[in-house]
Ligand binder design. Sequence first.
Ligand code: PEP
Ligand code: CO
Length: 459
Amino acid sequence: MAQWTPSTWRSRPARHIPDDYPDVGRLCAVEKTLKGYPPLVFAGEARRLKQRLGDVALGKSFLLQGGDCAESFKEFHPDNLRDTFRVTMQMAVVLTYGVGKPVVKVGRIAGQFGKPRSSPTETRNSVTLPSYRGDNINAMPFTPESRTPDPGRLLKAYGQSAATLNLLRAFSTGGYANLRYIHKWILEFVNGSEQTRRYQALCDKITDALDFMGACGVTPESTPQMASTEYYTSHEGLLLGFEEAMTRIDSTTGQWYNTSAHMLWIGNRTRQLDHAHIEYFRGIENPVAMKIGGDLQGDELIRLLDVLSPANEPGRITLICRFGHNEVVEHLPALARRIRQEGRHVVWSSDPMHGNTSRTVGGYKTRRFENILSEVKIFMQILQGEGCWPGGVHLEMTGQDVTECLGGPAAMIREEDLSSRYHTHCDPRLNADQALELAFLVAEELGTYRKEEEQRLAG
Ligand code: PEP
Ligand code: CO
């Protein structure tokens, strides 16, 4: 295969990367500045995540990946970060307990800004402007100035990502994630909901177990794993100019790592074999994920894996399936069978969001919670039936009390409620209550497999 450098992608066709910056010289200057900025993550952390995902690929752990569809400058606030972190922690408790395996936690956070859009332009009242493409490219207001790409936004996004990561590191290692505080991770607005009651009941059991262990001398002081957690970052590696600037040689191994996030994924619209994104991703050592939808055939998937994961190292590749609740049954079984026959190591993860998006009468982009649950459940059943481990979920979710997805548990959201707290900068997210219900569903389903396996082993 041809020589790779962080910039070889530039000679390939690229989709969804803006080419309408009015001042290309300024863009180059910003990319040069970024090259001199400190890495956001350390290569050793990305290697450790790859090991953790290797365990997921081998069926020993579960991957929970989630966060905003698009982070924004406007919604940047420590409370929002805390709420996303704590709903993730709550879900991880439910999953760890129910599935009986470690949960690898990865945020769509600290760099998830740039968006591929279905149309490059938007028309309102017969005025046509470039579409909004994420806060690191242009701005949401429908004016020519706002929609013009501005390279300075890349620097602002870098700064926000650094501050976000700093707080996330503090939450995960500074005491907040101590298992002794699991009761405190409950978000006020869901207090009293059915999901919160179930969560509290689980916390009571865990706290009893911790008391017992404490009496035996095993405490958060003696066992640091109980006092902190590992929380990793990820985003779609869409804007390759930015990603190139953040790609550095790791002094420990001499290999290239993307240092803007621990894990990056290739979007469903940018995974053409001979295009720029695949070229860029083949050269970095980070764990990488790829979104897959109904248009992908088995042969092409195998060719993509040959390029992206030639060593077939468990943990290197996560396949994020986003077929839609009606279509998953049509596409997933053949792909799962093919991967198994070929002996490829992959993490199978379900994104039940992007194949289930629709618009309401009021014009809001939304998703039905029942369809989301249904896709995850079918995904797990199909993979289990094919002898593969349904290793993870990939969610657009927030710890905030938003009204973006229809239906759901306690505070059932109806079409007329969407407008009340619809804050997303792109796609609709699960709110904390919906996210927790989904975690209970996955835990129950995988808990059944666990019992079946135990019975089988007991003969
Ligand atoms: C996303 O994850 O926000 C996204 C754009 O997904 P996909 O590439 O699967 O359409
Ligand atoms: Co999205």
